[in-house]
Design a binder for this molecule. Sequence first.
Ligand SMILES: Cc1ncc(COP(=O)(O)O)c(C=O)c1O
Length: 390
Amino acid sequence: MAKRDFTNTGIHTRLAHAGNDPRDYHGFVNPPVVHASTVLFPNAATMASRAQKYTYGTRGTPTTDALAAAMDALEGSAGTIIVPSGLAAVTVPLLAFVAAGDHVLIVDSVYAPTRHFADTMLKRLGVEVEYYDPHVGAGIAALMKPNTKVVFTESPASNTFEVQDIPAISKAAHAGGAVVMMDNTWATPLYFKPLDYGVDISIHAATKYPAGHSDVLLGTVSANAACWERLHEAFLTLGACAAPDDVYQVLRGLRTMGVRLERHEQSTLEIARWLETQPGVARVLHPGLESHPDHQLWKRDFSGSSGIFSVVLQGGGQKEAHAFLDALEIFGLGYSWGGYESLAVHVYLGDRVIAKGPYEGPLIRLQIGLENVEDIKADIARGLKAASEA
Ligand SMILES: Cc1ncc(COP(=O)(O)O)c(C=O)c1O
């Protein structure tokens, strides 16, 4: 059998095969789950020089290498670190690239815990944090300062789904000498490849679609060649390694992520379109819909859409939002997404400084699961009826 090379294959072939080579482990198609702290050295000289592939559990194992290699094949990156949560996949690269006296630009529509980290720990460490409009595009150039070290992007936006002009932002950020990071969790590498659009570091809450079953927390951070060494060094310094069983579960999840995502995409688009015609709905915030203000930008850069979006109710407030949520029978009320099951949450925008509306009524974020579309629609209809009667 010739050496396996997946560089030029389609994304589904990579999802199925990238990572480990079965011939490394007696032909077993999946890699071993290596539980490790100690790694033995054959003699004192090797121990002193650490001249062997694996040296200690925090620094990598065949299991973490398999997932990291798979992510590199999917993202086109030079290296990937694997950390215990999606939030750690945000905080570790930020800690790797900023120091006291630096300035960071973060999109205002960012995942709320990313903002919390920046507003608390980064500020305490002496980093100046500034938020920018998700629609800033090339205008980010005007916000760059001589000490701007990181431009942090997330597209589409958490909860409100604005699309960022990533190539324009990357170009301006690089002209100012900053590193560009992107939280790419929504699209997964299946529907957007940040490094091809100028991003230096691509972040995933692998908790979502890669894991896919709402039972694992994990994060991945993939860097281009210019940023890999510094990212890797910070990862080793922080000791932010992930547990082997979780790493294995995510590699396992990747193998079926393509088919799961296609189902999420189809069901979500059908439901989002249907929702646009329903009474009590002011707007549907899904960039894959022709009605979305950023649809053309999304179409230019993304090759597909995943399973979360928001619906804006026509008028009302918390009472109506709670009535909607409490009427749901199939949807669970819960924070995460990317699993097999439908979930709903009332969106909070009170921490935003720029991208906060106005919206006609409360925003409900829906994660569309793998259930039958007709059942999901009937559940949402129950919610809309309850909201209208609240
Ligand atoms: C966009 C985004 N990034 C990161 C995270 C964090 O992932 P985790 O829950 O694994 O910490 C989330 C979680 O909801 C998210 O929505």
